[in-house]
Design a protein around this ligand. Structure first.
Ligand SMILES: C[S@@+](CC[C@H](N)C(=O)[O-])C[C@H]1O[C@@H](n2cnc3c(N)ncnc32)[C@H](O)[C@@H]1O
Length: 242
């Protein structure tokens, strides 16, 4: 599985929202910014700012890739639950598809707030709520259940998105704006993207769902896309606070 390719795909989905929120939060004039859980650098690579760019991730392998994709970034291997920075050093601290993977997301947000200067901005750009996933036609509803079970086995909180605003308040971050990615920004997947979706799903489901059943739903999915009958929507939340 090419995770960078997957992260780049997700980054395309959130592109318009990121442009808006980065502008609103002063990315153009920031001095220091931090992405917590930067992965392979899919977000850092396209960041245009005069600021010193920092990225942090728990996994060394991800940071090796991030070094290639975002050579301008200062990368650190550490845990989001205990950020290795003094208080108040960043103008903007953000994350993207992170909190669902962190076992204590409230603590991670408190840490993000701690390292952000007073009046600075904290952004959680994309946190899905898979429990509200919508699939049409109905024959494809099992895909959502499979995805939730697979993600939960890997340790994800699959409905984190719906608690995001509440978590900001609990962390003492003053909420300025929250919402979901608009369905219009959730793409009609291209054939290549559908292949990628299925690679993720097949890797996740191997051993738990019989191969012939996976193939059966894959065929149904493909023909629904081709006949323009396919609806696939996962509400994905963002929050911006100070
Ligand atoms: C789904 S990936 C998203 C990567 C990147 N933000 C992006 O959108 O392309 C989540 C990343 O969070 C990292 N991560 C998970 N738990 C973490 C933690 N407690 N501290 C730091 N990074 C963590 C993972 O290693 C992974 O690289």
């Amino acid at each position: 599985m090419d995770w960078h390719k997957r992260f780049v795909q997700q980054a395309v989905w959130t592109g318009p929202l990121r442009s808006y929120l980065f502008k609103q939060s002063g990315m153009d004039t920031a001095s220091r910014v931090l992405e917590v859980g930067c992965g392979t650098g899919a977000i850092l690579t396209g960041l245009t700012t005069p600021a010193a760019i920092h990225g942090l991730d728990l996994e060394a392998g991800r940071l090796v890739e991030a070094r290639l994709h975002a050579p301008q970034a200062i990368l650190t291997r550490a845990d989001a639950l205990s950020l290795p920075y003094p208080a108040g050093v960043f103008d903007i601290t953000f994350c993207h598809f992170l909190l669902l993977w962190v076992h204590d997301p409230l603590r991670a947000l408190r840490e993000m707030k701690r390292v952000t200067r007073s009046g600075g901005n904290v952004l959680a750009l994309a946190e899905p709520d898979y429990s509200a996933r919508l699939d049409k036609p109905d024959t494809l509803v099992p895909l959502g259940r499979w995805q939730i079970a697979a993600l939960q086995r890997q340790g994800a909180d699959t409905s984190l998105g719906r608690r995001l605003a509440e978590l900001f308040s609990q962390a003492g971050i003053r909420l300025i704006e929250t919402g979901t990615l608009q369905p219009g920004n959730q793409p009609q997947l291209t054939e290549e993207e559908r292949d990628l979706e299925w690679s993720v799903l097949e890797a996740d489901l191997a051993g738990s769902v019989p191969a012939n059943e996976i193939q059966r739903l894959r065929c149904l999915d493909e023909s629904a896309w081709e006949s323009h009958q396919r609806v696939l929507y996962v509400p994905t939340y963002f929050a911006w606070g100070q």
